[in-house]
Design a protein around this ligand. Structure first.
Ligand code: ADP
Ligand code: MG
Length: 335
């Protein structure tokens, strides 16, 4: 008997990952498409398209169709998804004959958007398509005991959204989704440098600054970094030196919004389960959890131990791929 390929897709706002059973992660690329506006054709996707951000001729525009945590550009999202599926079926040697697919969509997506994603994957030839809730996928991928009668709490800090969930017995007991994440930190960094230095920097530079000298609201020994941009007064290139404490100040509000989502979820947790969370702690995942000092800051703020997931950038994809068995079992139980 040949078994069908089982595939999990993490349709993230910043990155798309595809996981295949027995193979692991077979694709990990930014959620970006480059479109030629004269013909309205997609000319590149993923890494190739991201390279083009801020550097392309006027008629080639890079689009991030999922940027704000919703499927802002629906047609582009499906085109991008198809291009990636085609790519892995060629490259990774994964048989794409009637695969069973589980897709993790941003929880801000509407029923109509979900159905369209479902269709796009089915059009590709999938035998069955399931959609999974983000916190469940993240928790499975982070190896939390989701099926047990004990509560697990997961916080997934992505690019456009952050998702907080408390899971017990395989289901979501309490959750919050806020439209703030790493992308907003980048935007705040751009604004800060513009306001204080009259220098305009690009998105990629802002992200690099965040990763290198960005800190959550913890004490640390100050670091400095040279940043290149365009002087808004003279119009000429300029280099300015930025301190980590300035970056920290600029992203403070974004961090506080994420914290607020966490405390609200804790407050809405059934009291019987609160004890579990105090014992087990909270697990953080997603690219934003990699910000320096994040774990320390959150555990100070909520007074509960905070653990960093093993592969923060991959846990949703891994969990999505692993969830198929669980979904099929649950479906059988319902029937
Ligand atoms: P999504 O699930 O929304 O696609 P990801 O979980 O892939 O998002 O996380 C992407 C976000 O994480 C981006 O904003 C990126 O800048 C940020 N990020 C990735 N690595 C780091 C790091 N080392 N420090 C801080 N932020 C990071
Ligand atoms: Mg994600």
């Amino acid at each position: 008997m040949f078994s069908n390929t089982e595939i999990g897709i993490d349709l993230g706002t910043a990155n798309i990952l595809i996981y295949a059973k027995n193979k692991g992660i077979i694709l990990n690329e930014p959620s970006v498409v480059a479109v030629d506006t004269t013909t309205n054709q997609v000319v590149a996707v993923g890494n190739e398209a991201k390279e083009m951000i801020g550097k392309t001729p006027r008629n080639i525009v890079p689009i991030r169709p999922l940027k704000d945590g919703v499927i802002a550009d629906f047609d582009m999202t499906t085109q991008m998804l198809k291009a990636f599926l085609k790519k892995v079926s060629k490259k990774a040697g994964v048989s794409m004959r009637k695969p069973s697919v589980v897709v993790c969509t941003p929880s801000g997506s509407t029923a109509v958007e979900r159905r369209a994603i479902d269709n796009a994957v089915k059009n590709f030839g999938a035998k069955e398509v399931h959609l999974i809730e983000e916190p469940v996928a993240a928790a499975i991928g982070a190896d939390l005991p989701v099926a047990e009668p004990t509560a697990s709490m997961i916080v997934d800090i992505g690019g456009g959204t952050s998702e907080v969930g408390i899971i017990s017995f395989g289901g979501v007991v309490a959750s919050r989704s806020v439209r703030v994440g790493g992308d907003h930190m980048d935007e705040e960094i751009i604004q800060y440098i513009k306001r204080h230095y009259n220098v305009l920097i690009g998105e990629s530079s802002a992200e690099k600054i965040k990763m290198e000298i960005g800190y959550a609201l913890v004490e640390h020994s100050e670091e400095e970094m040279d940043v290149r941009g365009r002087d808004l007064v003279t119009g000429l290139p300029k280099v300015v030196s930025i301190r980590s404490t300035e970056i920290q100040r600029s992203i403070k509000e974004v961090l506080e919004s994420i914290l607020h989502a966490i405390t609200e979820t804790l407050e809405s947790c059934p009291p019987e389960l609160s004890g579990d969370i105090v014992d087990q702690g909270i697990t953080i995942t997603g690219g934003g959890s990699l910000l320096k000092g994040m774990q320390e800051w959150l555990s100070n703020e909520v007074n509960v131990p905070v653990h960093l997931a093993q592969n923060p950038l991959e846990s949703v994809a891994i969990g999505t791929g692993r969830s198929l068995k669980m979904i099929q079992k649950l479906q059988k139980a319902v029937k």
